[in-house]
Design a protein around this ligand. Structure first.
Ligand SMILES: [Zn+2]
Length: 125
């Protein structure tokens, strides 16, 4: 599966994975939801593949969700059920309880590769 991203429902801008982008667009909180219930939460810089974590510590973040197999999360994310799947917020946009105020996020058509302020990057791939 290639890189992908979602739109933060609060500001309408994408969660971005490119390193050159402003940190405020990379720093995010991701929730996995099933039938409106929060199964798990991750927080940190977005890796472009559905995970976030602390990249400042040595070694890679684990890139796993403990609650479900990744395939199940993807299935939830792409089914018709709006309150099952992944919900992304920029950390800067998130307020406590927002995970209950919003269902799941819309896909980012630019897959996390477009700077939300419109700046283009040369080394995209
Ligand atoms: Zn936002």
């Amino acid at each position: 599966m290639g890189m992908f991203s979602d739109i933060c429902p609060k500001c309408g801008k994408a969660i971005v994975s490119i390193e050159e982008a402003d940190r405020k667009y990379r720093d995010c909180i991701i929730f996995v939801k099933k039938n409106g219930e929060i199964l798990e939460r991750q927080e940190g810089l977005y890796d472009g593949y559905g995970f976030s974590g602390d990249y400042s510590v040595e070694g890679e973040p684990p890139h796993v969700w403990a609650c479900l197999e990744w395939g199940e999360i993807v299935s939830l994310n792409y089914d018709e059920d709006e309150d099952s799947g992944m919900l992304y917020f920029h950390k800067e946009c998130y307020c406590i309880g927002d995970e209950h105020r919003y269902n799941t996020s819309e896909d980012d058509p630019n897959q996390g590769w477009q700077d939300p302020d419109g700046e283009e990057y040369d080394d995209q791939y």
